[in-house]
Structure formats: C-alpha cells, structure tokens
Write a protein that binds this ligand. Structure first.
Ligand SMILES: NC(=O)c1ccc[n+]([C@@H]2O[C@H](COP(=O)([O-])OP(=O)(O)OC[C@H]3O[C@@H](n4cnc5c(N)ncnc54)[C@H](O)[C@@H]3O)[C@@H](O)[C@H]2O)c1
Ligand SMILES: [Zn+2]
Ligand SMILES: [Zn+2]
Length: 381
C-alpha cells in the first residue's frame, strides 16, 4: 500500500515528508494506522549524527541507518494482522515500545524486559526478521528507528514492539507513554528508587525530565528541584510536582546547600537533551553520601570523555547508574501508567504543549530545539 512518512535522508538535513510504499505484514507482524507520535529528543540524535554508526559497522552487519523513518513514541490502531500473529487483533489500540520484548530471553524472564535481547537489532534499521517492509516510491529500502518508524501515517511492525492499551484512552495522550513518560517516570521510580522524604534533582526538563519530576513527586520526594535554563520549563515543572527550580547545575548546587544544609540530593536524574561527559563532575557534586545519580540522557555514541573524581565516588559511596526505558518492563509499565492517567494521578494532557500534522514535523523539532515544548506531538487525522 501507499502511505505518507517523514524521511530523514542523512544527518544534518531536514525531514522530507513523502509518499512511501509499504509491504504487507509478514509472520508475527501487523499493519498499524498511526494516530499520533511524540517528538522525543532521541530521534534528534539521528539528525545531529550523535547516533550515527561507523559505516564499517553497518557494512559488517549488513545494517542500514539512512534513509530512515524515525518516530518511536507512537500510538495507533491495528488494521491488518500478518500470519501467525498471536497477541493482537484488527481494531486493537496499541502504543509502540522502543525496545521489543520476546518474553523468553534472560532479561525478559528476570523482569528487565527493557533490556530484551531483541534490542540488539534496534540500530539495524530493519524488521526483526532482518528484511524491509518500507520503501521509497522509487523502491529504495527505508530503515526504521528502533524497528518502529512512527513518523508515518502507517507502519508494519512486529507484535513484539507493540503494547495493547485500553481503547478509551485518547491516542495522542497514549503516545507519550511509548517513550518519554515511561522513561522519565521509571528513571525516578525504578532506577533512582526515590523514597518518601528524598531530596531529588532532575537536570533537563523536557518530556523525559518532566516525567521524572512527576515520578519523583509521586514516590514521595520531600523536595524536587527542576534544573533547566529555559524559564518556561522551570515554571511548568511546578504543575508536575517540582518544589524548587534552578537555571543551571551551578545554581542548583547553591540551592541544595541551603535546602539540605550541605548534605546534598539523595537522587539526581539526568535528562538533558544531550549527554556531555564534561558536565558529569558537577552533576555528581550534587549527589549526597550513599546517594545515586541516574543517567538517562543519550550522549554521542563514540564519546569517551568523562572526567570524574573517583576518590569522591568511593569515599562518599556514591552510585552512578545508566537507565534505558525507565529500567522497567514496558508491557507492564505502559498500561500501569495509563491506568494512573485514567485515575487522575498522572498528568499527560499537560505534557502536550503543541500538536502538529506530519507535514510540520520540521517546525515541531525546531520548537523542541528552541525550548518551546514540554512535548510536541504529531497528530495524524
Ligand atoms: N535512556 C533512555 O531510555 C531514553 C529514552 C528517551 C529519551 N532519552 C534521552 O533523554 C534526553 C531527554 O529527552 P527529551 O525528549 O526530554 O528532550 P527535550 O529536548 O524535550 O528536553 C531536554 C531539556 O534539557 C534542557 N537542557 C539542555 N542542556 C541542559 C543543561 N546543561 N542543564 C540543564 N538542562 C539542560 C533543555 O533546555 C530541555 O528542556 C535525550 O538525550 C533523549 O535522547 C533517553
Ligand atoms: Zn524517546
Ligand atoms: Zn526478551
């Protein structure tokens, strides 16, 4: 069939919205009519080249990175099922999971399906079976971001990459838990293990960071300090449970000194748009004795530029942990978070600052770069 998608031809270019050719779903795949997709910062790393693989690696594995259809925060409706599909039916409402889950690998069976072994193919650009369903109108294969490609009106996806949800939930709101909200909330609740009474700092208040603020507040933090240079983000953070804010890590260090009598933050969560090794020493300086820093930001894949005081790390018994997809189980956490939304306990409506049609994707990303949106969401009619 023919449908419309935003194609990123190479790094440092704009998305080109064009007609594409889509093959029928194969084994364990479904055709989804996407209704919405959040504009997460992770797609942006393919634009900046921070997530561009060495051509020699692509060649060695037979992977393709560009041209690519990005978009990994999608929600839609199943309109066709391929052979041997066992978990989804036509008409099901679904959100994407940017890490597929097989249910059988060591990570899946030990309750860490965010680390499923199927994730090994996330940068391959292909379907899970190693072939392509998406092609340009001239027949060239199109890669997919995280086996998803939700910057498109339709897509063919593995059922392992989709989570069925309650059809009563509006799909533009549901899209947010496909990545940003689940990642940020889980960074606070699962990865940081925020406890009642903790002092928490969140650095970088975009879609992910705002959800970390919300998760920390929900888990009972005493103070939640939201750090962002953009005033709009700092103001909005109060709606989501921040008690204090600061424009920079330096400012937050001073504030923490007053708030905690110099004992610092039990938990610091890093969700800046880009990860930079040079910032880590200052960030770890905000962590209390026996405290934990959760690193969620995506940095350049090839950077090895961290400078850190290891004496301080050991002697103050600090922890530094990475986190992907909120360190949880997408198939469990996504419906749980949507249930909290339905119960009026999780704010999703307030997360969406602006919506755009697919044709305005470049404007949407410019607004993200300019700090205008908590989350911008593409909505397809
Ligand atoms: N680990 C994961 O599983 C995972 C999942 C999703 C997103 N991410 C990553 O999380 C990060 C945040 O994503 P997002 O969609 O919320 O981005 P975003 O662009 O919406 O928000 C980033 C925020 O960081 C702020 N910021 C930038 N530099 C800062 C600094 N030095 N100090 C304080 N604030 C700063 C910006 O003003 C902005 O408000 C990105 O790197 C993204 O790729 C990781
Ligand atoms: Zn994302
Ligand atoms: Zn698995």
């Amino acid at each position: 069939m023919k449908t419309k998608a935003a194609i990123l031809w190479e790094p440092h270019t704009e998305y080109v919205v064009d007609e594409i050719e889509l093959d029928a779903p194969q084994n364990n795949e479904v055709l989804v009519e996407f209704k919405a997709c959040g504009m997460c910062h992770s797609d942006e790393h393919l634009v900046t080249g921070d997530m561009a693989l060495d051509p020699a690696i692509l060649e060695m594995f037979g992977w393709q990175q560009y041209p690519i259809i990005c978009g990994h925060e999608g929600a839609g409706i199943v309109v066709e099922t391929g052979p041997n599909t066992t978990t989804l039916n036509v008409g099901d409402h679904v959100v994407t999971s940017f890490v597929p889950s097989c249910g059988k690998c060591p990570s899946c069976v030990t309750g860490h399906s965010n680390l499923c072994d199927l994730g090994a193919g996330l940068l391959a650009g292909k379907q899970l079976d190693g072939t392509f369903r998406h092609h340009t109108k001239d027949g060239q294969d199109l890669a997919l971001m995280c086996c998803l490609g939700a910057f498109a009106h339709h897509g063919v996806l593995s059922e392992a990459s989709l989570v069925r949800i309650d059809p009563d939930i509006p799909l533009d709101k549901a899209a947010l838990v496909a990545c940003g909200v689940t990642t940020g909330w889980g960074s606070a609740v699962h990865a940081a293990e925020v406890q009642a009474g903790d002092v928490v700092v969140v650095v970088g208040i975009g879609g992910v960071g705002m959800s970390a603020v919300q998760g920390a507040a929900m888990a009972g933090a005493k103070y939640v300090v939201a750090v962002d240079p953009v005033e709009f983000k700092r103001e909005q953070s109060q709606i989501f449970g921040a008690t204090h804010s600061a424009a920079s890590v330096e400012e937050a260090q001073g504030l923490l000194g007053e708030l905690t009598w110099g004992t610092n933050a039990n938990k610091v969560i890093v969700t800046t748009g880009e990860g930079h090794g040079a910032d880590l020493a200052g960030i770890m300086g905000m962590v209390a004795k026996n405290g934990r820093c959760v690193y969620t930001s995506v940095a350049n894949m090839n950077a090895n530029d961290v400078q850190l005081n290891l004496f301080d790390l050991a002697m103050q018994q600090k922890q530094l942990v990475g986190s992907i997809f909120g360190s949880g189980n997408p198939r469990y956490d996504i419906p749980k978070l949507l249930g909290l939304y339905q119960a009026g306990q999780l704010k999703l409506d307030e997360m969406i600052t602006r919506t755009y049609p697919l044709d305005e994707i470049n404007q949407g990303y410019q607004d993200m770069r300019d700090g205008k949106n908590i989350r911008g969401v593409l909505v397809y009619d």
